[in-house]
Design a protein around this ligand. Structure first.
Ligand SMILES: [Zn+2]
Length: 402
């Protein structure tokens, strides 16, 4: 058997050098740090691609980190160029799928007075619509298509712009749009060689409070019917977030948007979405923190049920994470064994405020989880985010999967 090294396998990263290109059989999960919201770019083992969110915050306060690599380009442009750099097909890149976890600016892009018009259709460029200006999206997945009315009609400039974008793209570019189907493992598929990677799966775990049970593709409605809720108990946008579990051989990854796990005092217990989600997902190797590690997230049950070796935190605010969340996350009373936290962009104020945060595995940079062919182990690779060459800053692992 020829060794992977002899073939120049994507596992041969060198610090200070550019990242070796993705190769067939490898799974790449990039968290792109723009400092303006979440964006994850995934290259599946057969080269199929998925973008999860394309955040572009509209306003900036002292609580927010600085844009990366600088403020000369919008977040949407930075994301699109990053995708072209690391996509197997580079300049002819298309996205097989793009998924919005929920409809907030740090995940889909705020429309502001500064948003430029599209050169394609009658809509503005912000976040996801700007990515699509440069990299075509074949299938768009979100929690609201086609009615966008749960738990109430979704309105405002950002949603109006997004719907104008979908209308133009479906009518003129053949884009498909689908509402996310919780419980299903056949909505996001390998599009190139599915038969070759039978142990690869993307399972939609939840959206709109409908949560997979962990059995077949069954779901249950975690939220009570709208008619039985007090109006002020209605779920906000965050607990309606969509999320998924990706599995490849022994490797499992969870991405849960901004779901919440700790209800506000006096709020109904069903505002905790993390607990039913955690029951279905079970142990994973790598997980994103929910809701950027904010005060209402990462309850003890969720931490103990997923018990990942690797936590990844997409950051843009000084409260990402809050001290209470970090305290729970690092406690070996929650679950035994080592675990690391990788942050895309620690706010300097949080380094002072949160005990222990200055010792996390990474404070700054794009974060790539690169899973070896077959899913037997993975590495966490930090890429320099100060320039668009993205040299390798650090490599941790390999970590064996279970
Ligand atoms: Zn968010």
């Amino acid at each position: 058997m020829v060794s992977w090294l002899a073939l120049g396998w994507a596992g041969a990263q060198t610090i200070g050098e550019p990242l070796p290109a993705w190769t067939e059989g490898t799974l790449d999960i990039h968290q792109i740090n723009t400092g303006r919201g979440n964006a994850a770019f995934l290259v599946f083992p057969d080269g199929s691609t998925l973008l999860v969110d394309a955040g572009a915050l509209g306003n900036r306060t002292e609580r927010h980190v600085a844009p990366k690599p600088d403020d000369s380009h919008s977040a949407g442009e930075v994301i699109a160029r990053y995708i072209r750099r690391f996509h197997p097909k580079a300049e002819s890149a298309v996205l097989d799928y793009a998924l919005l976890t929920h409809f907030h600016g740090d995940h889909m892009g705020d429309v502001t007075a500064a948003s430029k018009p599209s050169s394609l259709g009658p809509y503005k460029l912000a976040g996801i619509t700007e990515v699509a200006e440069h990299v075509a999206i074949r299938t768009m997945l979100d929690r609201g298509w086609p009615t966008y009315d749960y738990p109430a009609p979704l309105q405002g400039a950002m949603m109006d712009n997004y719907r104008a974008f979908l209308k133009w793209q479906t009518e003129n570019r053949g884009m498909k749009v689908e509402r996310l189907k919780p419980g299903r493992n056949d909505q996001i598929r390998l599009v190139n060689s599915p038969a070759k990677y039978a142990d690869f799966e993307v399972r939609i775990v939840m959206a709109n409070g409908e949560v997979w049970t962990g059995v077949a593709s069954d779901t249950r409605h975690h939220f009570p019917p709208l008619s039985e809720m007090r109006p002020d108990d209605r779920p906000s946008e965050n607990p309606c977030s969509a999320g998924f579990r990706l599995s490849y051989g022994g490797f499992d990854y969870f991405s849960g948007g901004d779901i919440t796990g700790i209800p506000e005092p006096g709020a109904p217990a069903w505002h905790d979405v993390e607990t039913p989600v955690a029951k279905a997902v079970g142990p994973v190797e790598v997980s994103l923190l929910n809701h950027h590690g904010y005060i209402d997230s990462q309850n003890v049950f969720f931490l103990a049920a997923l018990r990942p070796r690797t936590w990844i935190l997409p950051v843009w605010d000084s409260a990402h994470p809050t001290p209470s969340v970090y305290n729970r996350l690092r406690s070996t009373r929650t679950y035994p064994g080592p675990r690391d936290l990788f942050m895309t962009n620690m706010h300097p104020a949080n380094r002072i405020v949160t005990p222990g945060l200055d010792q996390v595995a990474s404070q700054q940079g794009h974060i790539l989880v690169r899973v070896s062919p077959g899913g037997g182990d993975y590495r966490v690779i930090i890429l320099d985010d100060s320039a668009e060459i993205n040299k390798v800053k650090a490599v941790q692992g390999p970590f064996e999967t279970r």
